[in-house]
Design a protein around this ligand. Sequence first.
Ligand code: MIC
Ligand code: SF4
Length: 643
Amino acid sequence: MGLTIAQKIIKAHMISGSMEVGSEVALRIDQTLTQDATGTMAYLEFEAMGIPRVKTELSVAYIDHNTLQSGFENADDHRFIQSAAKKYGLRFSRPGNGICHQVHLERFGKPGKTLIGSDSHTPTGGGIGMLAMGAGGLDVAVAMGGGAYYINMPKMYKVNLTGHLRPFVTAKDISLEILRILSVKGGVGAIIEWGGPGIKDLSVPERATITNMGTELGATTSIFPSDEVTKAFLTAEGRPEDYTPLESDPDAEYDRVIYIDLDSLSAKIACPHSPDNVVSVSDIAGTKVDQVCIGSCTNSSLFDMLKVAALLKGKTISPSVSLSISCGSKQVMSMLADCGALSDIIGSGARVLECACGPCIGMGFSPNSGGVSLRTFNRNFEGRSGTADGKVYLVSPETAVAAALTGEITDPEKLGTMPEIKMPDKFKINDNAILLPATEEEAPDVKILKGPNIKSCPIGEPVPDEIEAPLILKVGDNITTDHIMPAGSKILPYRSNIPHLSQFCFGVCDRTFPERAKKAGRSIVVGGENYGQGSSREHAALVPLYLGVRVVIAKSFARIHVANLVNAGIMPLTFEDPADYDKISQGDDLVVKGIMDGIDSGVITLEDKTAGVTCRLKSSFTDRQKDMLKAGGLLNYIAAQAK
Ligand code: MIC
Ligand code: SF4
């Protein structure tokens, strides 16, 4: 049987395990990336592992999430990461150089390589034919130290594109269409390969828009072939030598094949508060809009920005709309400036922000109360914009411009004729904001600089045979990591200070949670389907650990979050019969019994003393995860192995 693209890369990087779906595979990791919001913790963990220098082919530390420096904490974090990168052998991408995924695509991505990043949108690299996956900070730290990254061998899905996109319909609309078809859970346990004749017209950054948003499907990752389009992009980036062709075998087999006809696709929009709540733009045309934001790692390439500039040229935005533009990288912004397109954007009345995540992670530009915000981003989870009752819609850059000009949701085709965009053959290359590390000889003299806000990370405890604790919080389906550990400008400065961060835990669901959890000492959380979807932030595990959560029971879990829970030493268990979820209530006294045997046999008993109910829970851990839980999390496990 032939192999898919992902199977080929996995085979070439497999250290141990088997390629049978569901079984654990250990992968050699060629490249890693971190960003600042998860990076501080990752470097503290790397430091705790005591390894003097990274062992990957390339590791890059980016600063892009929090660049506001509204107090010393943020600047201290930047300084800490810069010093750690210098000492441990990483490149350091300075604040202002751009969003990790966009910069990585431009300057470092290589077809056929493996990449893990402490950010859930790392699959953006799939646009250039990498096997690129999001992971918790600790998993990235282990990979930096030369350790393997473990995944359960995913199923293979293929999306076949035929036909051609019509003017004003874009790669973003393809992403929204697949979300409409599959939902935010539809990609769980799968790698999505994109192919068919329709991909020939999609440039690498457009492909990257699609693989970026594959994260919202819950997929392990998404990937495109490496072909002439990839070669042209790498050549334009001045690195043709990084090109290798990569395609699936003609007889490769897929668990599911989905067809999308581009000729009949129309502009799409994801309505509040989920990326899969997708309708056609024309269905809700006329809705008044208060704010439009263009940028984020999904839609901030030069191509996107040139289209935006061309559509805004000579026009003025609606007086009722506030428009922000954030370019994905310094390369994009400076090329926009050189060709005059930036001036067209500014001339329209747009507010130009730094090349960073910005509004996407609630770092400023929150909408007005109850405001409608159209964003070219990838997530519209409740409260993420920083305005609790804000209504965020996800759209393409074209649909964003149409709303900015008219003040209401408007089908972009109404803008008339799409101006022709000519992409340059060569991008402008200036890597002066990417700092090189110290040499191996110099490294021992480099000091790691830590400010007073940088606290050590909590360490788990070995799981006992029985845990009796209250059900401290019961939540519903699709609880995101933004619910568990929100971000935003008030909270992000404390990503390296777990005790402080803990006051905001589950704030979106229940403000009393941190106090109650602390008081209980140890506790259990219960969730519905797809618990922990969204971000890779391991803080969504470390903070509950700090607050005493020992077990999370859910109907099902999202991939990165479940790994983060085990890494932290918290036991993720699922209901054998999902109907048992309804039999237990918040506040009940629960006993999780027979854990030691149950970890091995796969069945653990749950007794609800208050309700007088007993039910069965499923534990599905690999041998490595069982040992991790018995040791009290990954750091303890590594320390025990080193003895
Ligand atoms: C996000 O988009 O939610 C983030 C912020 O990039 C996160 C990482 C984080 O929480 O720091 C992600 O997607 O992993
Ligand atoms: Fe940054 Fe938003 Fe992309 Fe996350 S999704 S990496 S916050 S731009």
